[in-house]
Design a protein around this ligand. Sequence first.
Ligand SMILES: [Zn+2]
Length: 122
Amino acid sequence: MSKKALKEINSEKTSQLVLSSCCKEECLKKLLLQPLEEYRKEFFLQSQVKRKQELLRMLHEFKSEDGVFHFMYLGGSICRIAWMKIHSTSNQLFYSLKTHALNQVVEIQHGNKSKPKPSPQR
Ligand SMILES: [Zn+2]
């Protein structure tokens, strides 16, 4: 696991997260610490590529037919800022993923495009 990812799942970091402000609704302050810690641990244990792919998958789920995103976390509605903070998503990454989602892109291309996908082992 990368140092950055380790830093993200540090309990202190998650405690700070639930104290931080996101919007008028204060979504983050309503979250329970323990499930959030577990959720983030699971999320940051994945490789960076997998995390991006997972974020994109979520954005596809959040997107309504009229192109509006309804952000969710563990089954509850949440604002975009809170969702981004939970996943430590930068604005730059968010907008690039959002563009992918709006353009119906489902898989993130990461450099080695020419590499063939391994065939499923049976
Ligand atoms: Zn909020």
